[in-house]
Write a protein that binds this ligand. Structure first.
Ligand SMILES: [Zn+2]
Length: 301
């Protein structure tokens, strides 16, 4: 098996069998720079998207199916951010944030989720096409950051004792972000049995304290391999396992043929209204900012 580097642009599975804890640790660097380079976001929005992409990597890498897709989507009205979308498919990540630039300028240095989204919600959708499984959770956007919001969602709504830590910072003009997700999942637990998980199981607080001691600068330091960081946090445990490592890449699935087929389905008068001064219909991909130029006559039969 080819070895995967464990410093950056990677998600790594973690298990602590004696404590019935499992999870993921992830770090995203050059992939974030590529995603952010397609936009010209102010620092607060870049920071938000860096954390959102990291959360997407943590949750996406939990999917069992290679073709499974995970989507995060926050939609609000009248807030600084009115739309944020990130998704994960087979290690490919992408995302964008639609926001009001004037309102961003008035934000505090470290805006809370409420400052960014108002009374907003984040929809997390797990899609596993092989098993025809689709599951959506709705997370109130409350707390200091997306990590806090995700953690209280899993703990309160899903009744799975969980720890989520996210950190992102720009170092020497390059973004580095990292995240840790740990969950208490007793052996053999499936489906409805989860309802009986005890939030006060004695093993969990121990794992949560050790995992919670991770520092933001450890999560974001590309010089610290993720397996070394896990060992640093949990070396006193009887057994700590690292599982499969999934390399992360920036991937956009926008496709000129698909864009053309969507535009072709509009009625002719609406298509005519889309034609610009240069005689072309131009469609932008919100994720990667690619522009597709279509000749109107390509669309007529
Ligand atoms: Zn695209």
């Amino acid at each position: 098996m080819p070895s995967v580097q464990l410093n950056t642009d990677v998600a790594l599975g973690v298990a602590i069998p004696s404590r019935a804890a499992r999870g993921r640790i992830a770090r995203v660097g050059p992939v974030l720079d590529t995603i952010l380079a397609a936009h010209a976001y102010p620092p607060a929005i870049e920071h938000l998207l860096a954390e959102a992409i990291t959360l997407t990597a943590l949750l996406g890498s939990l999917l069992k199916e290679p073709q499974g897709q995970l989507t995060l989507q926050a939609q609000t009205e009248g807030a600084v951010v009115d739309l944020m979308v990130c998704d994960y498919l087979g290690g490919e990540l992408r995302g964008y944030v639609r926001h009001d630039s004037d309102l961003v300028a008035a934000l505090s240095a470290e805006p809370t989720l409420e400052e960014l989204f108002g009374k907003g919600y984040l929809a997390i959708t797990f899609d596993q096409p092989m098993a025809s499984e689709r599951y959506q959770g709705i997370v109130p956007l409350e707390g200091k950051n997306l990590g806090e919001a995700a953690q209280s969602y899993f703990t309160q709504s899903e009744q799975i004792p969980s720890l989520v830590r996210l950190a992102a910072e720009k170092r020497d003009e390059h973004w580095q972000a990292g995240g840790l997700l740990l969950q208490h999942l007793p052996e053999g637990e499936e489906g409805r049995e989860r309802l009986h998980t005890r939030l006060d199981h004695p093993d969990w607080p121990h794992v949560a304290i050790l995992g919670g001691s991770v520092k933001a600068e450890e999560l974001t330091d590309p010089g610290l391999p993720l397996d070394d960081l896990i060992w640093r946090l949990f070396h006193d445990e009887d057994e700590v396992r690292t599982l499969a490592a999934i390399p992360l890449t920036r991937g956009c699935r926008c496709d000129p043929a698909y864009v053309r087929s969507v535009i072709a389905r509009f009625p002719e008068d609406e298509r005519e209204a889309m034609v610009g001064d240069d005689g072309l219909i131009k469609v932008d991909c919100a994720f990667c900012s690619s522009t597709f130029a279509i000749e109107p006559k390509e669309l007529s039969d």
